[in-house]
Design a protein around this ligand. Structure first.
Ligand code: KG4
Ligand code: ZN
Length: 331
């Protein structure tokens, strides 16, 4: 498509397969999400209590073509209408990433389109820049998911600076592990969220570890819950869930508040699966900042955020990207 085409007509196809969701989306140059298709493998992994990398890769392979076709169809677009293709290069499960990257290369090469490799975390950080009410830099972003938990500063959309991060478990992982100890299913976040509504968050005093000014640590919290259950097997499950959730949310919100103050920012964007948590949303709304929480489908892993981030990044022309590799960790 010609460079002079209106932004709303320039379409980016995004693919995301870094973990257990097979995702494809079509986003316009001006940030409108035309489609956001997600095939979740969640139930397949549920019986193992976590994501099994080899199973994830195999299912990505089976699903990626259909999910891509679905995203194009829902957007009313054909491959010939695309301006470029974006794909998650890392970080993530290497076998899973390779499926998306190979597929994106093949699609782009078939039309001689440019390809944009995208950092998955950059996608989460800029998810709030999509849609009709985009957050504008400078802003602070709190990303809390099953795989990552960090606070970043965004001064311009092409880059972000991590100010603090978890030193052990991610916040979503803390929810999942806590839920398992409480005998709830996987993923645990939504279950703890639900059960916590019936409980008293002040019933138990779980630790809020503070390993650094803006860093997080959740592994001690999980151990505290384990000991509490061992010492008091009859303890009220709703009270435990509410108190445990309160400890995680407190840790997240206090660091966000401190970062906003220190960085003198008044805009906060929240992303990652844990952004769905009702207590986190309520607590963030009480901070002295304007808060953006994208719709749930843009918080959890998705390809719209990858195509969205690609708007701000350099595209590799055909055929320069054919030798591109995925990376479990990006430098
Ligand atoms: O972003 P996401 O879908 O996948 C990763 O990149 O990890 O996040 C999934 C995580 C899981 O750990 C899940 O338990 C958590 O997000 N989660 C929640 C809620 N909904 C999902 N955690 C707390 N409260 C929720 N309502
Ligand atoms: Zn993610």
């Amino acid at each position: 498509m010609a460079d002079g085409a209106a932004a709303r007509d320039r379409l980016i196809l995004g693919l995301e397969t870094s973990c257990d969701d097979t995702c494809a989306a079509v986003v316009t140059e001006d940030g409108e999400v035309r489609s956001n298709a997600i095939a979740s493998q969640g139930l397949l992994h549920a019986r193992y209590g976590g994501v099994v990398p080899e199973i994830a890769s195999r299912h990505h392979l089976e699903l990626i073509d259909a999910v891509t076709a679905d995203a194009l169809e829902r957007a009313g677009a054909r491959l010939d209408d695309l301006d470029r293709v974006a794909v998650t290069q890392g970080p993530g499960l290497i076998g899973a990433l390779l499926v998306g990257l190979s597929s994106a290369k093949a699609l782009a090469a078939s039309r001689r389109l440019p390809l944009v490799p995208v950092d998955h975390l950059h996608g989460h950080v800029t998810a709030s820049m999509l849609g009709p009410d985009p957050v504008e830099p400078p802003y602070l972003c709190l990303v809390a998911s099953g795989g990552h938990t960090f606070i970043a500063r965004v001064d311009e959309p092409a880059a972000y600076t991590v100010l603090g991060q978890t030193l052990d478990d991610a916040a979503g992982e803390a929810f999942d592990k806590g839920a398992r100890l409480l005998g709830l299913g996987y993923p645990g976040g939504p279950q703890i969220d639900r059960l916590a509504r019936e409980g008293n968050a002040a019933a138990f005093d779980f630790p809020r570890s503070a390993p650094g000014e803006l860093d997080f640590s959740f592994s001690g919290l999980k151990t505290a819950l384990l000991y509490r259950l061992r010492d008091d097997p009859e303890a009220s499950r709703p009270d435990l869930a509410a108190s445990y959730q309160r400890a995680i949310v407190d840790a997240l919100v206090r660091r966000a508040e401190r970062a906003l103050e220190r960085e003198r920012l008044d805009r906060l964007a929240i992303g990652g699966g844990v952004a769905a948590n009702s207590e986190l949303r309520a607590a963030a709304a009480r901070l002295g900042a304007t808060v953006w929480v994208p719709p749930r489908e843009l918080c959890t892993d998705n390809a719209a955020m990858i195509a969205g981030a690609a708007r701000f990044l350099e595209a590799l022309p055909y055929p320069d990207y054919l030798s591109l590799d995925a990376a479990a960790r990006l430098a």
